[in-house]
Write a protein that binds this ligand. Structure first.
Ligand SMILES: C[S@@+](CC[C@H](N)C(=O)[O-])C[C@H]1O[C@@H](n2cnc3c(N)ncnc32)[C@H](O)[C@@H]1O
Length: 200
């Protein structure tokens, strides 16, 4: 499994990432009334900046990520008695059909097989489960400095269509934040982040 984040893991937890994930969590908590009995799954959990904020509010969190390096930073933050499961792999490697809540922040654009991922989520989700995906809207590739990545953001109409086709009901795809970062040297760009909320 290729670890595209091997060189980024050690300094991932910078103020900009802490702020970005904080905004995602705040927006998600405004929309979703988390339940203490829920089993949650985070896709592309990275170093746990999002999931560790969710953990006290649910029964357990499954942290899933293809990057061993990112997960090793997460493991350093755990003391050992937390109700967590760590899955080093793709979402397809999680096969138990017991998930009440799925969330993902800025990971979907790194995942090649989006439609298969959504179909798999439908299989592992309990009836009534909620899925929250935060990512960027369609952009020109400058968000990753024109490096090849699976998706240059998402058209939320198209993404919603994939969720609906899988069997989910999509509740909203609101913009929850606008990221500002250098688009090309010396030129700033703005990238809208959407939050898709779906229910099985
Ligand atoms: C931009 S980082 C976001 C990390 C974390 N969600 C955060 O907001 O700090 C994207 C993460 O998705 C992971 N990732 C990439 N492809 C993946 C895949 N196919 N399945 C699961 N995780 C993946 C990367 O390893 C990385 O940790």
């Amino acid at each position: 499994m290729t670890d595209n984040f091997a060189n980024r893991a050690a300094d991932w937890d910078q103020p900009s990432k802490i702020e970005m994930t904080g905004i995602f969590v705040e927006a998600m908590l405004e929309k979703i009334n988390l339940q203490q009995h829920w089993k949650a799954l985070e896709i592309g959990a990275g170093t746990g900046l999002v999931g560790l904020q969710i953990l006290p509010k649910v029964k357990t969190v499954v942290f899933e990520d293809t990057s061993e390096a990112m997960l090793s930073i997460l493991k350093q933050k755990l003391i050992g008695n937390e109700a967590v499961e760590i899955v080093h792999g793709e979402v397809f490697d999680y096969t138990k059909q017991d998930v009440d809540f799925v969330f993902s922040c800025m990971a979907f654009h790194h995942i090649e097989a989006i439609e298969n991922t959504i179909n798999h989520l439908y299989k592992i989700a309990n009836q009534g489960a909620i899925v929250v995906v935060g990512d960027i809207r369609t952009e020109d590739g400058s968000f990753h400095h024109f490096e090849p990545i699976p998706h240059k953001g998402f058209d939320t109409v198209e993404l919603s269509g994939m969720f609906e086709k899988a069997g989910f009901k999509v509740h909203s795809t609101d913009t929850y934040n606008t990221l500002k970062r250098e688009r090309t040297p010396g030129v700033m760009g703005e990238y809208e982040q959407f939050m898709l909320v779906a229910e099985k």
